[in-house]
Design a protein around this ligand. Sequence first.
Ligand code: KIV
Ligand code: ZN
Length: 498
Amino acid sequence: MEAEKIFVFDTTLRDGEQVPGCQLNTIEKIEVAKALEALGVDIIEAGFPISSPGDFNSVVEISKEIKTPVICGLTRAVKKDIEVAADALKFAQRPRIHTGIGTSYYHINYKLKSNQKEILERAVEAVKYAKKFVEDVEFYAEDAGRTENEYLARVIEAVIKAGATVVNIPDTTGYTLPDEFGNKIKYLKEHVKGIDRAIISTHCHNDLGMATANTMAGVINGARQVEVTMNGIGERAGNTSLEEVAMIIRSRKHLNLYTDINAKRIFKTSRLVSTLMRMPIQPNKAIVGRNAFAHSSGIHQDGVLKNRENYEIIDPKSVGILESSIVLTARSGRAALKHRVEKLGYKLSNEKLEHLYEEFLNLADKKKDVNDEDLHVLIGKEQRGPRSIELKSLQVVCGKSTHPTATVTLNVYGTCYTESAMGNGPVDAAFTAVKKIIKKKVRLEEFLIQAITRGSNDIGKVHVQVFYKGVMYYGFSASTDIITASVEAFVDALAQIE
Ligand code: KIV
Ligand code: ZN
């Protein structure tokens, strides 16, 4: 029997981007969308157009730039939402409207204050209305995971009759067990008249750590689209990870399924999303974590050396982790850098390449050998949009028996300001100086330093979370000087408040 295709619906730019404070600007969203297109996703959910002018604009710009995948916009089952989404998608080659409504007892009674009959009617009306604008209409039954199967089947049957091309069964709260979720999909396959006219989609959240298991249970029982995000990012515990599902389908041949994901681009896409969204990747994250392929115990190392497959089920090269034979140094020219950047799968404009080269030389001055991981970080920083606040200079005095003092100069909307402060350490002193300039009551919630490859001359990556007026803002930077990286990450988060 011929292998069946699983459509990959990426929602990094919509559900993934819903992480409070993790918002990207339009330029950054376009970079991510291009990377997703190159990765081979079938559908990009580009945003929720009615939610903000920024989201609307991003959907418009992504629709203009991206040619191959379907571009999708989210709506509630509300006419105005649908009209705005249709407008945002007007330049898309292949537009899709994703509309829906809550179907669980909780949503119907407490969120929508309605009843099952009315919700079913609103669902049908929304699909019919969306069909007036686009052919491809996906319907989501929010909180389907906690919706009784019999009612869910009635809603799904009605929306397919109304013209839905895809029916999304979200486990919105990440509550179900794999066998429950799998059985839900099986139930719909067996009880919904006309189910073969639509593609069943999974959309699982990871609140109990079961998003990937539930997604696969759905696929095994007949779902043919998976809604996923890069690195599994998303609100709360996140969404199903794209890389996990793609590699399960690729590794477990007996499933007789395939996706069009170009696995070799997984690693760099993961790093790009992490850098642009300022979201760290846990070191033990499946497929893309720093330790995902690191063997430290003697028995494992010995086994891998004898035969990689003794302890590795995936060849790291297959997801694009290259054991680089070329390390660049301060003597490497532009051509060598360009060649390596292209080998890693990036296409940069001449202007960006020139700027990258300057950054590369700065790094190579401080760190003898510049490897692929370092380049991923530099390129990620390069692809960010312009910043309203930037660190211009930093001077710290610290050490044993010294009172740590820092002097910071920031460029704020084109004007430079300098302040000094003392603290209980160099980072504390520098952050206090920054706060004196910014004059905002912010609270530092998290401060994480990770070394990229180990060794004292290594780059340190810094992620910070800053809380301001009820919202969390994320910042990221990387440098061989961890104090500079820390202040840059802090300033990066503050720039997002602006
Ligand atoms: O989790 C969810 O139910 C959603 C829908 C809006 C598709 O994100
Ligand atoms: Zn969701």
